[in-house]
Design a protein around this ligand. Structure first.
Ligand code: ADP
Ligand code: AMP
Length: 218
């Protein structure tokens, strides 16, 4: 059976930062719905055009677009032994759909690390976030600065600030998290998959805690 892990947490909790590390450590692909949308925006696909308005205003992209996009990604061969999901599911309905997608191949979710950070810290993290154009590597101007300002340490590409990392949009995204995504905390706790992780620790400590949580649910 494959190893399917859902990283849960509000925008800015560190899901993308941790996913890069955990996916490498566990040799499973990192599947980020936000990254898939941004790739579509960059390539100006029909899907990207449909998603843009929702993303710019901090709202969730409708399910009929999002679920099929993630299902297609999970159907590729590199996901046959597992995947680290980041940003999906974001509603109880998406969670049920994910269960159904995995079930088709006899798979289930093995663990849901929930990265906890307060809204005040999240605002500071997101307003200072810099993302690499080429591959989405993540930095923070104070908490995780690149060696050379504006340039990705890993692939040398330019860093940019996401359009949705503006104060007003961040506030909307946090409200959407509390209203639509937070019910997943109880959804996964009831299934005994949730492990709470203190996301305010330094990046390496959070990685250790997530790896430990995955071990605990083996
Ligand atoms: P998410 O994918 O959950 O939206 P990111 O991984 O993009 O979050 O992290 C948001 C911002 O917070 C980035 O600028 C990142 O460098 C920074 N960050 C991530 N983890 C930590 C941490 N443990 N402590 C301080 N800053 C962090
Ligand atoms: P993220 O990169 O996870 O911060 O996501 C950026 C934006 O993409 C979100 O604010 C949503 O507009 C959209 N998005 C990402 N994942 C989902 C999802 N599972 N459901 C709906 N919209 C999503």
């Amino acid at each position: 059976m494959g190893k399917f892990i859902v990283l849960l947490g509000p925008p800015g909790a560190g899901k993308g930062t941790q996913a890069e590390r955990i996916a490498e450590e566990l040799s499973i692909p990192h599947v980020s719905s936000g990254d898939l949308f941004r790739e579509n925006l960059g390539n100006e696909t029909e899907l990207g055009k449909k998603a843009k308005g929702f993303m710019d205003s901090g709202k969730l992209v409708p399910d009929e677009i999002t679920i099929s996009m993630v299902a297609e990604r999970l159907s590729r061969t590199d996901c046959k032994d597992g995947a680290l999901l980041d940003g999906f599911p974001r509603t109880p309905f998406q969670a049920q759909e994910l269960d159904a997608i995995l079930k088709k191949n006899g798979n289930v979710i093995c663990c849901v690390p929930y990265i906890m950070v307060s809204d005040q810290d999240l605002l500071e993290r997101l307003t200072g976030r810099w993302t690499c154009k080429a591959a989405g590597h993540i930095y923070h101007q104070t908490f995780n600065p690149p060696k050379d300002s504006g340039i990705c340490d890993i692939d040398g590409s330019a860093l940019y600030q996401r359009d949705d990392d503006k104060k007003e949009t961040i506030e909307k995204r946090l409200a959407v998290f509390h209203e639509q995504t937070a019910p997943l905390i109880e959804y996964y706790r009831e299934k005994d998959l949730l492990v709470e992780v203190d996301g305010t620790q330094p990046i390496e400590k959070v990685t250790e805690a997530i790896l430990k949580s995955v071990q605990s649910k083996k």
